[in-house]
Every structure is written in structure tokens, then in C-alpha cells.
Design a protein around this ligand. Structure first.
Ligand SMILES: Nc1ncnc2c1ncn2[C@@H]1O[C@H](COP(=O)(O)OP(=O)(O)O)[C@@H](O)[C@H]1O
Ligand SMILES: [Mg+2]
Length: 443
């Protein structure tokens, strides 16, 4: 039989191969050789125990194909044929390795009534707790020579962050969960010499990530991706008493349009050295676009405002009061407030907010907010991480003022020294591959 199984396990992967607890998790950071270890473990188990039933899952089909199906086909065929309609590798000894995915929450029910001796959740934090619990009920065995097992690989962040952290990092067990059933084998990129040798830039990429992501993905820190999205927000640094700002400073506005949700308009001023002040906010619910435009004009009286950026929906929604078919942007324009569409790229936008809050080499942040902007100050620090994308903000937050802030900052070029010093990277959440972030597009 000819197989193409290359490589030898590193010490952490060896520990993973030897672990036989009911629940074994591996990894906890990027690049530690998790997918390789999971694939190889499954193949070894299939050969070792004839007639074994194995199920290997990823959250989505493209991830499954890329991460496991194609590599397994390269490693196993033709010795172990792949049956496409069953989506399974059929081993000559009767073992069967089925590959699956659970895109939607309810997709796990396709496994109802099925029994698997071994179930693997690749990138377990992409699975919800109820999906994991349901799959555990399918992890049964009638064999006498083998006790059912679940294997997990994981990184911090994602919809399943909390349950993976509770079971494998915090080791906080409830009801019938028994701590001796849960084993965690931590592995980081530095435990994977093959990757360090073949792709040395990968480590540099992880080192260059923004602080919170670097701690999570490089150091395997499971605390940083919980809770507050902008941990750099600090009232004593970012909130200031209102003062009269020189009239010659450049001023502009940013708006997140809303009617049922609040509409937020922020006023920005730019100091000559590039520091930014948010010096006024307007935060109104259920107010007609024409009314808001008038208020904006009145509040700005005597000021020279260079431009106003607004959320793209201002061009899609009708103006509620204005003539039939008029967009919000048109209503604003007719009321003396012409709008420009804001750059709505979310992840680079939040990254820009993070940079504006960060302390510069001179000891002060780029951005300061007048204490009269109460809604911005109230809502910015309580934004939380999105369950699926740890570079984005959760949908469940009151984010209208922070959105306006993001639009405003995206309309400004980054301060020059920052731009030179810092290389910003982001992750492709599906493949896990780090990618350079799209360049900044300022006005
Ligand atoms: N023991 C090993 N021998 C050979 N190559 C390995 C080994 N472990 C990992 N790799 C390779 O290192 C790279 C990263 O491993 P991977 O399992 O994808 O990491 P992770 O899933 O933790 O991000 C892949 O190209 C993988 O094939
Ligand atoms: Mg992987």
C-alpha cells in the first residue's frame, strides 16, 4: 500500500497522538501544526482500529475542502479510496473517515441517530456550544476495544470561544462534566519547526499583529478576545473638558444615519500637529432627515466645515419627509448639508479607531473627545468582540456613535510616522492565513 504521509510529529503533536481522554484539545494559537496533527491522528486511528467510524468536521464546506479533503486525498489516494457522495474515505480494514461541515446552526442534525467512535472539531471555536453538545451525543461506541473520543483544535476568538475556554483553559466543570475527561495540549507557532523553517515570515506576521490579536494568536492568550473591544479607551486620556478650538483648524463631520435606530453626527477638528478632537455630537432617534439636516446646519453656524461623510445607507434609504423617492443624502443636500459616502470597510475602520486611541510616542493619543459627547463616550468603551470575527465589533452593541467615529477617522489620512512604523496585518478568518490589510484610502 502506498501512502504519502510525510513529516514526523514534533513533541507537542506527539503528545496529541498519545492522548486518549474523552475530550482532547490541541493548539490554542496560530500555526502550531493543529490541522496536520488532527488529520494524521485520524488516519492513524483508522488504520489502528479496523472498522472504526470517524467524523471530522469543520464549520464550512470551503474550509473543509481546503484544510482536510484536498490534503487527505493527496496523502491517502489511491490506497484509501474517497467516496464523494458519502464524503468519506473508505479504509481497506473497514474503517470509515467521514468529512462534514455544519454551516448553519441546524446542520448538526444531519448527524442525528448516527454513531461515531471518534469525532473531530477542527477550529472548535467556530462551533457553537449547542452544536458541540449535540455532536457529543453522536460520539458513542459499541466496541469493547475503544472508548469514544472527541478531538478539538482551536484558536482564541469565535462563536465558541467561551465554551472552549471554559472546558480546556479555565477548566470550570458543570453538572456531569468530569475534569479528568478534558485534556488540553497547548501548541504555538514556535512549537512547529517545519512552519518556522519553510515560512519564516509567518512568525513575523504574527509578531506584527495589533496587540490584542498578537497576544491571542501568537501567545495563545485566551483572555484578550473577551469583552471590551477597545481596551485602549481610557477616560483620563481620551475625554477632555470642552475648550474653544481655534477657528482656523480644519473641521469636518461624520454621520451614521438612523431613524428607528439613533442617528449620530460627530464634529471633528484637526489641530495643526494632526491631533483630532471630536468636539460635538448630535444623537437623535425618530427624527426626520430634514430636521436633522437643519439641526446640523444650526449647530455648525459660524464654522467652516470641509465635508461631511455619511454611512452608505444614506444613499439607499428614502428621506421619510422629502419628496417621494428622495434619498437621505438628497434631503441633506437640499437642506444645506451635502454628504459624501464614507469608507465603510469595517475591519480597517476599527483598526483605524484603535490606532487613534493608542498612545503616540509623545505620550498622548491622536484622538480626544469633548466630555459633552456623552453618547460616544458611553458607547465606545462597551463595544464587544463579534463572535465570528475577532477583528469586528459585535452586532448586538449600540454602535451608532462609534460607527460615526469610524467613518470620520477613515476620511483622514493616518499620521505619517505611524504609517511608516507600523505594518498592519489581518487574518483571513476562514483559512486562518494572515494577509496584509488593504491599504488605507483617505480623502
Ligand atoms: N509534523 C509536521 N511535519 C511536516 N509538516 C508539518 C508538521 N506539522 C505541521 N506541518 C505543516 O506546517 C504548516 C502549518 O501547520 P497547520 O497544521 O496547518 O497549522 P495550524 O492548523 O495550527 O495553523 C502546514 O503546512 C503543515 O502541513
Ligand atoms: Mg489549521
Amino acid at each position: 500500500m502506498i501512502l504519502h504521509l510525510e513529516g514526523t510529529p514534533n513533541p507537542k503533536q506527539e503528545q496529541f497522538f498519545l492522548a486518549s481522554a474523552r475530550h482532547v484539545a490541541y493548539g490554542g494559537a496560530r500555526g502550531g501544526g493543529k490541522s496536520w496533527a488532527m488529520r494524521r491522528k485520524f488516519v492513524l486511528l483508522a488504520f489502528r482500529y479496523p472498522g472504526l467510524r470517524l467524523l471530522l468536521l469543520r464549520r464550512t464546506l470551503p474550509e473543509l475542502t481546503e484544510n482536510h479533503l484536498l490534503p487527505l486525498q493527496r496523502e491517502l489516494t489511491p490506497a484509501v479510496p474517497y467516496h464523494a457522495t458519502q464524503r468519506a474515505f473508505l479504509f481497506p480494514n473497514g474503517s470509515r473517515l467521514k468529512l462534514g461541515y455544519c454551516d448553519r446552526e441546524a446542520d448538526v442534525f444531519q448527524y442525528q441517530g448516527q454513531e461515531y467512535d471518534v469525532i473531530g472539531l477542527e477550529e472548535a471555536t467556530h462551533f457553537s456550544e449547542s452544536q458541540m453538545q449535540f455532536l457529543t451525543t453522536c460520539n458513542r461506541s459499541v466496541r469493547t476495544d475503544f472508548k469514544p473520543r472527541m478531538y478539538y483544535t482551536c484558536n482564541p476568538g469565535g462563536v465558541g470561544h467561551a465554551w472552549v475556554k471554559r472546558l480546556f483553559i479555565d477548566r470550570d466543570y458543570r453538572n456531569s462534566e468530569r475534569q479528568e475527561d478534558y485534556v488540553f495540549i497547548p501548541a504555538r507557532v514556535t512549537d512547529n519547526p517545519v512552519l518556522l523553517r519553510t515560512n519564516p515570515q509567518y512568525l513575523e506576521t504574527l509578531e506584527n499583529l495589533p496587540d490584542h490579536l498578537r497576544k491571542a494568536y501568537l501567545d495563545g492568550d485566551w483572555d484578550v478576545l473577551e469583552g471590551q473591544f477597545f481596551q485602549e479607551f481610557n477616560r483620563s486620556l481620551h475625554v477632555v473638558h470642552p475648550t474653544r478650538l481655534p477657528m482656523e483648524w480644519k473641521r469636518f463631520r461624520a454621520m451614521d444615519w438612523g431613524y428607528n435606530d439613533p442617528c449620530c453626527v460627530l464634529w471633528f477638528a484637526v489641530a495643526p500637529e494632526g491631533k483630532l478632537y471630536v468636539y460635538r455630537e448630535l444623537y437623535l432617534r425618530k427624527t426626520l432627515s430634514s430636521e436633522i439636516a437643519k439641526r446640523v446646519g444650526e449647530l455648525s453656524s459660524g464654522e467652516r466645515i470641509a465635508y461631511t461623510v455619511a454611512s452608505p445607507d444614506a444613499w439607499q434609504q428614502r428621506g421619510l419627509k422629502g419628496a417621494e423617492g428622495e434619498s437621505i443624502a438628497e434631503v441633506f443636500s437640499h437642506n444645506g448639508v451635502p454628504l459624501i459616502p464614507a469608507d465603510n470597510a469595517r475591519v480597517p475602520g476599527w483598526q483605524r479607531v484603535r490606532e487613534a486611541l493608542a498612545v503616540s510616542p509623545d505620550g498622548t493619543p491622536e484622538l480626544r473627545i469633548f466630555e459633552t459627547c456623552r453618547n460616544l463616550i458611553r458607547t465606545l468603551p462597551v463595544l464587544t468582540f463579534d463572535a465570528h470575527d475577532c477583528e469586528d465589533v459585535s452586532d448586538n452593541c449600540e454602535d451608532h456613535a462609534p460607527e460615526a467615529l469610524r467613518y470620520g477617522l477613515m476620511s483622514r489620512p493616518r499620521p505619517a510616522p505611524e504609517q511608516k512604523q507600523k505594518r498592519v496585518y489581518r487574518y483571513d478568518p476562514l483559512s486562518g492565513a494572515p494577509t496584509a490589510s488593504p491599504g488605507f484610502r483617505g480623502l
